[in-house]
Design a protein around this ligand. Sequence first.
Ligand code: HEM
Length: 217
Amino acid sequence: MLNVTALYRFGIKPIVFAACAAPAALMTLGILAAVGKIPSSPMDLGADPVDRLLHACGIPALNMLLITLLVTPARMLTGWSHLLRLRRMLGLFAAFYALAHFVVYAWLDQGLDLAAVGADIIKRPYITIGMLALLLLVPLAITSTNRMMRRLGRRWQKLHKLVYLVVLLGVWHYWWQVKKDIREPLLYFAIFGVLMAFRAYRAFRVKSAPATAPERT
Ligand code: HEM
């Protein structure tokens, strides 16, 4: 019989990896087609390629951040503790897309003019919020290894709770830059709200649960 470790290693993890990498692959094809290196691509960068690329990285970053937060409730509701094996990969992909999003902005939108980037971060509140989210996300990605987990011990858990703040800032950043139709950011806020409510409920349950009796020896 196939054990869970083998199922994850050879089945579920490669599938999740491919799904997470698909937006990057599409973007690469879109860029190659836009610069004339390949005749066509499933992703057309259209009349405003920078905007298209910002969207193509920003949305996966936000989606993967939210999915990362969904892992714990899903594990608790289903009892499938092995779902935790996917969390690091999802979080790292989220950080990858957020960084790519920043590179598109700094390079293609601002022409690598760091003074202009700095001025924009100060001037436009939605950029300030996005930058803050990114600055908080990077240390989480760096400390996601088993070695860092062991080294930081209990501090690791505390540090990684910051992911909730990162998601809040990410959704807020999205909300603030939307010009007219706020339905999508509203949906992201609603999902985030449900996740926070679940977390609060769980914390309350743990607090109010009677202490377990000590084991008889
Ligand atoms: C965790 C970090 C971040 C997340 C999750 C995120 C997510 C998003 C999302 C979902 C959008 C909307 C895309 C669309 O529908 O077109 C967006 C737009 C944008 N973001 Fe971010 N972002 C992040 C960080 C940043 C940073 C660090 C910057 C720059 C310093 C930035 C600059 C922009 C810009 C310029 C836009 C386009 C605004 C427009 O079209 O007018 N973002 N971001």
